[in-house]
Design a protein around this ligand. Structure first.
Ligand code: ZN
Length: 329
């Protein structure tokens, strides 16, 4: 954050936005430190691993299935699992990474779901966002050490959960969903950026757990079939909290880049309970590029030039966020 704040060319609105994000992150770190949550978790995990701790919260009924045979020590050291669960991206502005940076780009809607429709030219959101996403993929893939992928590469619908699954399957470092906005009033305009609303995080975590428990899959490297639900829930909540706080930082970067090419709708990172932002371990943002319901913005969104600008802005925000030296455009 110090590096982000040092940047001299940021407009004032963005400066205050970045300061807000920095303050929020600091608060989150302090809260973690105050509650001793990290240490407690480490102790709990250590206890589970050596079998000395019954991993049940006092306020929860035992589920009846806690046979001793199921309380085998975990296969890996708990510290390793914890490290894998927590995204290691709390400092996005860092030195260039050795391994490939994988970016999953998600063009919104598709197929029978056209998304928003422009007022003047009946421009379809699904077409515009696919065009922007394809430019972004192509540009990012020209950079060494960066691999960009699309959740859909054509006019078909991909279920929202599936988009998140694709990102996780690709071990994406970052997920960006691209949309175009619409509102009843034609005066609404500007770019917006959303991260997950953490108020939905508990129920989200529970849903993930329910699903993952069923297919005995992995969440962030933790094999839930060998672990108690409560512990898994704590890990999930921590991971989700960390994801959102990381997403805030990357999101501020992208919004800053967008502010150079378009006015901003609200001027700060917003939060919403969008399903595509719910990967517990991948920083995820949703960009509303501009309003298809605004006559001028619809006109711009149709042009290749503006689509390129949008792709460059999103890409450069991501590259800066990951401390990558390369720039698009
Ligand atoms: Zn949309």
């Amino acid at each position: 954050m110090a590096i982000i704040q040092k940047e001299e060319s940021e407009p004032d609105a963005i400066k205050s936005l970045l300061a807000q994000v920095a303050e929020g992150q600091k608060r989150m770190e302090e809260n973690r430190a105050d509650s001793g949550e990290v240490d407690q978790l480490g102790q709990i995990l250590a206890g589970i691993a050596d079998g000395s701790l019954a991993p049940m919260r006092p306020d929860e009924e035992p589920k009846g299935s806690s046979k001793p045979a199921q309380k085998k020590p975990a296969q890996k050291k708990p510290e390793t699992q914890l490290a894998q669960t927590k995204p290691s991206k709390t400092k996005p502005a860092r030195s260039p990474r050795v391994r490939t940076l994988v970016i999953m780009i998600d063009p919104g809607h598709g197929g029978e779901d056209p998304g928003a429709i422009g007022r003047r030219h009946r421009t379809r959101e699904k077409d515009v966002v696919l065009a922007v996403a394809r430019i972004l993929r192509q540009e990012l893939n020209e950079i060494e050490g960066v691999k960009a992928l699309l959740t859909r590469d054509g006019d078909y619908f991909v279920p929202l959960q599936r988009r998140v699954q694709k990102a996780r399957a690709a071990k994406a470092d970052f997920f960006v969903s691209i949309h175009a906005d619409a509102w009843v009033k034609p005066t609404a305009r500007g770019s917006s950026l959303y991260v997950l609303n953490t108020r939905g995080q508990v129920s989200t975590a529970n849903r993930w757990l329910a699903r993952k428990q069923n297919d005995a899959d992995l969440i962030g490297g933790v094999n839930l079939s060998n672990k108690d639900k409560q512990i898994a829930r704590i890990l999930m909540d921590m991971s989700m909290t960390s994801q959102v706080s990381d997403s805030m930082v990357y999101g501020a970067r992208i919004l800053n880049e967008l502010s150079r090419i378009n006015q901003l709708h609200r001027g700060k990172v917003e939060q919403a309970n969008f399903a595509v932002l719910k990967a517990p371990d991948i920083p995820s943002v949703l960009v509303e590029t501009a309003f298809l319901s605004h006559p001028e913005e619809e006109k711009k969104l149709r042009t290749r030039a503006f689509q390129r600008k949008l792709a460059y802005a999103i890409g450069n925000g991501i590259l800066k966020g990951f401390g990558h030296k390369s720039r698009l455009g």
